[in-house]
Design a protein around this ligand. Sequence first.
Ligand code: KIV
Ligand code: ZN
Length: 544
Amino acid sequence: MDEKNDIMVSDMMEKIRGTLVLPKRAYFFDTTLRDGEQTPGISFTLKEKISIAQSLNELGIDVIEAGFPVISRGDFDACKEISKLGLDSEIIGLARIKKIDIDKVIEADMDSIHVFIATSDLHLREKLQMTREEVIDNVRELISYAKEHYSEIEFSAEDATRSDLDYLIKVNQAAVESGATRINIPDTVGTISPTAYGYIVRKNYESLPKNVRIAVHCHNDFGLAVANSIAGFENGASEAQTTILGLGERAGNAAFEETAMSLYALYQLPMNVNTRLIFPTAKLVESFCGGKVSIGRLTPLIGQNAFAHESGIHAHAMIQHARAYEPITPELIGIKRSDNVEEIIKQSIKLGKHTGGHALKAKLEELGIHTTNDQFSNIMNHVKAFGDKGHEVTEEDFYAILKDVFEDLPEEDQFVKLEELTVLTGSVTPTSTVRLKIDDNGNSIEKVASSVGVGPVDASVNAIIKCFEPMSKIKLLNYQIDAITGGTEALGHTTIEIMDIESNHIVKASATHEDIVMSSVLSLLKGLNLIVKKKNVSSYSKKL
Ligand code: KIV
Ligand code: ZN
């Protein structure tokens, strides 16, 4: 556990350390600008690429893959411009094992080079039409050529995880003998499990000189990219090739945010990363994706829900101790919450069907609202009823619920209550039938009426007014409905103004419900009860 209580993970992580081959330090190789830009639909402008590179530099990324200069003029220019920035991060360029590619990296004046060639029989046969021996010869020849220009050379055997393991090791050894200083083991098509990937990394680690840095590069086709990368680190790897937001071919690459924070929090590996810049950097890259890729609500660590709690049990425990249901503080990755722990907890509590008394109490205290016990349980019922329909109660919804509850008439003033409402609507004449329970001098009587209208609201209002006619002639002066939040599931807030024609009493009432017919009916009933109160009549039957 971290001294400052920023991190609290399982003690088991400490216990299994001895069984792992963990590096002394974790290095990060960011390929957002190269593999990340291969995300279908994503293309960054030169300005955006420069801005991303500057942010990655600030974040403390060790190596930035700025592009693949041979593939286009745009990529070449970006590589050249980023190389000129004089950043602390090493700027590396991608090249196939081909002279023309290597020369383009040299021409772009990049700090180092990343060369690759496929090694799986499938790729050799179907893509390269080369024999295994020819690949090894090429590796030897062109890495030796690159070495004339670069001291740092990273080599990737593309499709390594579907390659014959003994052959893969032979190719990697040939690369190192020819001058490669770093060996990357790509899971190009994301086709391996953490245990199997860990095994491949371990075998390479045991077969290569100890001064060779081993990198992991995992694609997310089965959602295992981060887990596979971590398995690589447990077996001798010390560099993670990742992208911000997990951008990349198909389902993307291992997300930097998750990989880095796992290595930092779970394994406490030293690294150059300023973790507090992780969230801002992710948001910057998201903003350049033009809505094509966005941070999901449930995205680990940086999603909207990553530090939010709805369940009553969780919220209560959070109030006692913030780490009870959060492994790290949001501040650790740059998500700002208040400095005040109580505030932090209150802000992070989301209301919905799992809301418990403690969470609701904390939320009301946050807003400085005092309630009676009845009001409290009324609010709770509203919140749960709304949540039961599958909606999160937003801040605006919550205010509407509060308004509704506070405007609720006390039991003794509820002369008329709704017992049943049936509405027929669609391609028929809208018809509504209401059954009201009316307190008649201490006795309860029932009144049923049906009416048609131009729509379901109109029909329901007419039916209620009809039920009420013997008691009072009502005129509807004003009717207004507002959606509290957007979307078809939004709460509807209805305000009505009615006049009692006999006494000229005018009252205003409002009600909130996710069904606009119900919010209309409830606001009308509230208004009718207010009229009865004003007129101070106690018998309905006398008027019949
Ligand atoms: O996925 C892959 O194999 C690659 C290589 C170029 C490293 O992106
Ligand atoms: Zn890749």
